[in-house]
Each structure stands twice: as C-alpha cells, then as structure tokens.
Design a protein around this ligand. Sequence first.
Ligand code: NAI
Length: 697
Amino acid sequence: MQNEAPAVEHAFDGDVHVLRIANPPVNTLKTAVRAGLLDGIRRSLREGARAIILIGTGRMFSAGAEMTEFGKPRQPPSLPEVFDAIETSPAPVVAAIHGHALGGGLELALACHARLASPEAVVGLPEVKRGFVPGAGGTQRLPRLIGAEAALRIIVSGEPVKAEEALKLGIIDAIIEGDLEKGAIAWVRQALASGRSFTLARHRTDRIEGQDMAAFEQTAAALLKRARGQESPQGCVNAVRAALTLPFEEGLLVERQEFQRLVQGEQSQALRYIFFGEREVARVPGMPPDVKPLPVERAVVIGGGTMGGGIAMCFANAHIPVTIVEANEEALARGIARCEANWQRTVAGGKLSQAEYEKRRAFLKGTTDWDVVKDADIVIEAVFEDMSVKKEVFAKLDRLARPGIVLATNTSTLDIDQIASATGRPELVCGMHFFSPANVMRLLEIVRGAKTSHQTIATAMEVGRRIGKVNVVVGNCDGFVGNRMTGKRGFQLERLLLEGALPQDIDRVMEAYGMAMGPCATGDLAGLDIGAAVRRARGTVAPIADALVAAGRYGQKTGKGWYIYDEKRQRHPDPEVERIIVEMSEKMQVRRRKIEDQEILERLLLPMVNEGARILEEGIAARPVDIDVIFVNGFGWPAWRGGPMFWADRMGLRTVRDKLAHYYELTGDPNLKPAPLIEKLAAEGGSFASMGAKQAA
Ligand code: NAI
C-alpha cells in the first residue's frame, strides 16, 4: 500500500527549517495538518533550528479551519495547542504567506513571531460570514497587533485585506518579491544577523493601551448597523471588546464562548449551507467528466441597454475584451456612457483606482457594425424582450458568428428553444440570465434548452466563473427558477392588502426577516408599469397594483407607487394608497382585519416554497440548494436564513404542508395547493435536504 503524502513537509536550509503545509487544494488546517505542524516544530527545535518558516504549498498559505470537521468529536491537537508550541518556541517562527491566509490560516500566522507576504497575498478573518467568530485567538491577537478599531473593522466585516494594506496596518512585517520561500529564508537570516527582537502579538500592549472605549463603542455601533438581523457581528464585537478589557487568556475564553454559541446556532448552519451550496452548484449532475469548455478570449454583447451594458462591464472588469453591438450610434453612445458613469461612481467612492478604471475601460468597445461578431468567441444577446426581435437577432448571429461558438440570450421570460430554433446550431444556444444590476449581482442562471450541449453549458459556466458569477444551471421554463418562484407570491400580496395589510406592513415584515428590500419597495424600484405589462400580456390581473398604475403611480420613476418618494428617494407611506386599497376591499367585499406578522411572512414565502417543490419535481433545478443559492445571490435573501427551501425544511415539511393547505382553503389561491412533492416528503417524514440531485432539464 502506498503511504499517504505528509500533510506538512519538512525542509531545511542549514539551521533554518521550513514547514510546508501540503493539503491541497486550499491547505485547510485539518487534523493531519495540525499534527504535522506540531511535530514539525518539535522536531525543528530538537534539531537545533535557529528559525522556523511556515509556508503553504500550491495556491495559498491556508484558507482556514476544515469546516467539515465542525460538529464532529474534536481530534487533537487543537489549533491552540499548535499555537502554544509556536509561542513558546525559543526560535522565532515566521509565517510566509502567498495567495490567501484566511480564518484559521491567518490566526496561525498571527500566532507566529513575524509575518511575510507575497505582493499578491490576501489576508482576512471571514468567520463572521459563516455565522461565527474567529475561534483561535484572532479576536485577541489582531487588536494587539494593529489596534482595536482597525481590527474590529476587519473582523466584523470579514472582508479580505490585500498585502500592501496589511503591511501598512502592521498585520504583516514585510512584502517579499520573487520566490517567497527563498526570500523568507533570506529575510529571517538577515533578522537573526541584525539581532532583531520579535514580540509575539499576545505580549503586545502598545496598540491597545489607553484605548478610548467610547470611540470603540461608536465604531462598533456603526459597523453593527449593517448587520441587520445577523448575530455573528455582535459576537465579534463582544470578543474584540474582551481584548481591550481583559487579560489575554481571559479574552480567549470570551472568544471561545462566542464561537461555541454561534457555531451551533441556526444562522451559522444556514451560512455554511450556502457557503458549501455555492461550491456544490458548480458540480452539474449529468455533466460527463471529460467535457471541456470552449476557449473564450473575446466576447460580443448585443444590445447596450440596462442589462447589456452591465454584462459588458463584467467582461471588462475581468480583463476580457468585449464589444457592445447597438442598433444605432445614439443608443451606443448612451450605453457606453452609462458604463463609464457606473465605473466613475465606483472610483469616486474609493473602491476602484483611476488606473484600474482606465484598464477596464480599454477592454470595452462599442460599434453598430455587426462584423465584429465574426471575431467573437461567445455572443450574449440582451436586446428588447420580444420574441420576433430575438429570433431576428439570432438568425443574424448564426450567419455571422464562427461555427462552433456559443450564442447565449439574457432573456428573462422567453422560450430558449424557440430562440435557438432561429439558428442552425441549437446545441450551442443557451440562456445566460443575469440579474440587475448585472455588474453587481453575483447570480447567473444558465439555462439549458432541449438541444443545448454539455459543452455549451460548460462554456457558459467557465465564462461565468471568470467574470465572478455564481452559476446555477436551470431548465427552460417561464421565469426559470428565481422569477418563476417570486412571481407566485403576487396573488397573496394582493390578498393580504385586500384583507387588511398595507404596503408598509408587508415590507416591514419582509425586511425584518432580513430581505434587502420588501416586495412593494422592490416593485417601486423596478417600475410597476413593467409588472402591469407582463400581466396584460398574460391576461392576468392584480386589482390593487393595476389601480395604482392606472393612477399614474409607476414607482420611483414617477415619484410614487406603493409609496410616495421625497427628493432623497426616501419612501413614505401614502394615505392615497391606503384609500385605494380600502376602497378595493369594499368593492370586492373583503372584510379588513388585523393580520399578524407571522401570517404575512408565511403567506408570502409559502407560495415560493411550493413552486420551488414543483421546480424540483420537474427537474428545472437539480437540487434544493440550487434554489437557495439563487435566492441568496440574486434576490437579496439573507444568507443567514439559508434560502426558501432551507426555511421550509426548518419549519418541517409536515407543517409546511398543513399551512399551505390552510391558506389554500382560506384564499383559494391555486399556488398554495400543496405540491405533490411536498405531500410525498411530508408523508414520509422527509425533507428537501434528504433528496438526491438530478440533471436540470
Ligand atoms: P433595454 O431596453 O435597457 O436595452 C435593450 C437594448 O437593446 C437597447 O439599448 C436597444 O437599443 C438594443 N437593441 C434592441 N434591438 C437591437 C438590435 N436588433 N440590435 C442591437 N441592439 C438592439 O433592456 P434591458 O432591461 O437591458 O433588457 C434586455 C434583455 O435582458 C431583455 O431580454 C430582458 O428581458 C433581459 N433582462 C432584463 C432584466 C432587467 O432587470 N432589466 C433582468 C434580466 C434580464
């Protein structure tokens, strides 16, 4: 039997020892790594090492703790035991960071005597985003190293810090150009020769002594404002506060308590479910393993409107040359100007450098000459949502584009197969459904048509990955997954208003649940006229929303919709809207009553869950988690709630079935008739999570 490769390699350069973490692909600190580090340090010291360097093999230093070990019996040695060996080592231990040092990975580096990094390295403590706090001393060592408020910002936001900034803050001691291991050995030798003294973070008091606690609390309060209902940011504040008010060892205990409490909580379970789900969706059931994506070096986007412009920006942001094709010069100039304005806002906000903006801008071109399609490796169409226009465009693309390249459509409602039928290459046609604003929203629904090939899907996914999207492959149907599900709550929204709720009640409940924006405010932002046009085309009605549109209330663009807007675009409840609603209740003879918040929440979420179940039955989505990833990344669903299917599982599918049946009886809304899958799973005592995956069809 072959021996498993060691998780930590031991190398020597004279009396400088090097411990290389080798747990591909991201060097998580699994048990074998912790044991390897501990053994390596002990052995180095036995063998008389004058210094020890910790470094990662492959892509990075370390992405942190092995989260799949959470909740299982803990295997020794623990990280604190490893840190103890480092901190009591008479020879300095120096972390040499390339790629990422995140979470436990950074905590390991923080326990060292010094930290070096490659210029492209990134460090951070993203634990807050998984619903807990750094649990291996990060909240105690980082403030001692860089000061309380700077540490608080990093720990509460979970945002990564680039090497240059990390150097300025004092997280790292030096940036090493060129070969990191060689450079680190040279740096250490130089430090030893110059008699440099190393002070461990745990022994430093200079950065936190005399901390103005009022200023600290103020910073904390400002950071917590953004947390809304999420608990882990408060846990981070508690732990960092302990670093300022308690001795190191006691602070560690506070941190450990916060960690234990949060990691077992439902929010952290939801966040980790989404974290792993976002990786799971990259594995497409039914995709043969040998399928390779087609090479893509330049893209063409047809239509430079709201979506086309945003899509083109995604490519330019990823430094992939992209050309927008517009119908005429005027529309083209408008489209390009909108992209530029978008970028410039980011520059003004300090989130993009002028130099990087210019670089990105140079990757974007525009034309009205369709000849550029001949050079494209992929084309994404984003013209008007009209089947005859789309078909005309695709017939033209098929004539002009090189054979063998993917032609994608950004349609949000139209049938992919019909669009594909306008070409002689339906196997190369798919949907690439972006969400507005396309340059910001991470979700990309990749729609498989009846004839779409695996290679086409693989190519769209690879392109999506390169432009920073979370790809979810879905089947071809009206609204695909996200819009199809949200579309199903419209009936209940109207009913709730008729029965006694007001728009502000509905939004308050949904925002308290954690949604970025309630459905009424979202409608005002998108434009109520758009929904009305869709209803007209489908022959459906929504009496109250239709009455608002008839009264010229189109939403923010007319200054009033479900709300009235002031000059700062702040929304306010409008008595006029209440009057329209109450009159409609009278007209339709619905008795108004006080509706509890819980009922509002359930009646808006359950129709989505029910439709989600139908989507799973039909194989439109491969797995429940695909649906949840869609809602978290494209619909402002709070990740710490886990998404609609996760929510339903937590409630229990028997309860879900009973509540659906109850509200179905109450309102007669066909969307609430329990879906067969829910009936089946409820009868079996099953859950969505217990289902297997199938290919999205
Ligand atoms: P838009 O009206 O802002 O942009 C469409 C652009 O296409 C216009 O600039 C128009 O001049 C151009 N165009 C029309 N026909 C053309 C042709 N034959 N050749 C070249 N250019 C042409 O529309 P928007 O909102 O960008 O929507 C585009 C597509 O994206 C639609 O299919 C829509 O359903 C879809 N979509 C829209 C979302 C949204 O939130 N607005 C979200 C996701 C998808």
